[in-house]
Design a protein. Structure first.
Length: 290
């Protein structure tokens, strides 16, 4: 029993338990805050023809006799990740659900290629009044219900937006596209880890880089007594130094903890939107899109 008390009387043990409690409280709060009603979408795009694609620039690209600068294929998966049914009747008439690209660009075609259930009656059609928008409707979406759309367009911004207002969803549709959804340069494939680390603005790369000093600081805090002779903090209180190191480490770890908690759910298997360029309906040797 004395050994147990001696163990818990060590300064680093109390600090570690306190910080562990903070982490557990943070995780519990974030999980509890999960919305019951949530509609999300993910985009994956591939440049089929255009500058920096695999097709020579000398080849002219036309659509219905009109020259276009590029053709980009985007697959958008929309699904209900919440816990409640979302009704199509809740779409606000004055702010309809729509897919939108840059106003100076054009949506060439739009098709539903995958869907979870026919009874959802999900429809998509080009807006006759605007070349850069497509309208979306559905009867209802139960949890994990959704569709995958395949769009051909000319927008160099690879990530189209889905806009509109739905009652009960004040934030609208959430964009869950990740760092791998950008158009590959010359369709070049890179490892997932390299893609994350090479993108300095990717939340995953930031959280991973921040976690490295975080782990180091927490380790120093836990083993402070063993490494104290190598540090010049002998004039300070040992417990305070340990606590300071561990708290600083936890602060650095928060982005990674948050990222792990908010890992993007993969769409249902029926809605798999992975793009395989070799198997796409637009062949690589096409010289004219019409």
């Amino acid at each position: 029993m004395k050994n147990i008390f001696d163990f818990f009387n060590q300064g680093w043990v109390g600090s570690f338990i306190g910080i562990l409690g903070i982490i557990i409280a943070l995780i519990t709060t974030l999980i509890a805050s999960k919305a019951k009603k949530r509609l999300v979408y993910q985009c994956k795009s591939l440049k089929v023809i255009g500058t920096d694609s695999i097709t020579p620039n000398e080849i002219e690209i036309t659509y219905k006799g009109k020259k276009v600068p590029r053709v980009i294929m985007t697959k958008i998966t929309i699904w209900n990740v919440g816990k409640e049914t979302i009704n199509g009747s809740d779409i606000v008439n004055d702010d309809t659900l729509r897919l939108e690209i840059d106003k100076n660009e054009e949506i060439i075609s739009l098709n539903i290629i995958n869907k979870t259930r026919d009874v959802n009656k999900f429809t998509s059609f080009l807006n006759a009044k605007s070349n850069n928008t497509a309208l979306l409707t559905f009867d209802y979406l139960d949890p994990n219900d959704g569709v995958t759309l395949e769009i051909l367009h000319t927008d160099w911004k690879w990530n189209p937006k889905i806009k509109g207002s739905i009652k009960g969803l004040p934030k609208g549709l959430l964009n869950w596209s990740n760092g791998n959804s950008a158009i590959p340069y010359k369709n070049e494939k890179k490892s997932r880890l390299i893609k994350i680390l090479l993108d300095p603005y990717n939340s995953k790369s930031i959280s991973i880089l921040a976690a490295i000093p975080g782990v180091f600081l927490i380790t120093v805090g836990i083993f402070y007594k063993e490494i104290e002779p190598f540090l010049e903090f002998s004039q300070y209180n040992e417990v305070n130094i340990q606590t300071a190191f561990m708290i600083a480490g936890v602060i650095y770890m928060i982005p990674l903890i948050s990222e792990l908690i908010n890992i993007r759910k993969k769409p249902p298997k029926k809605l798999d939107s992975d793009i395989n360029y070799e198997n796409t309906t637009i062949k690589k040797d096409n010289k004219k899109i019409s």
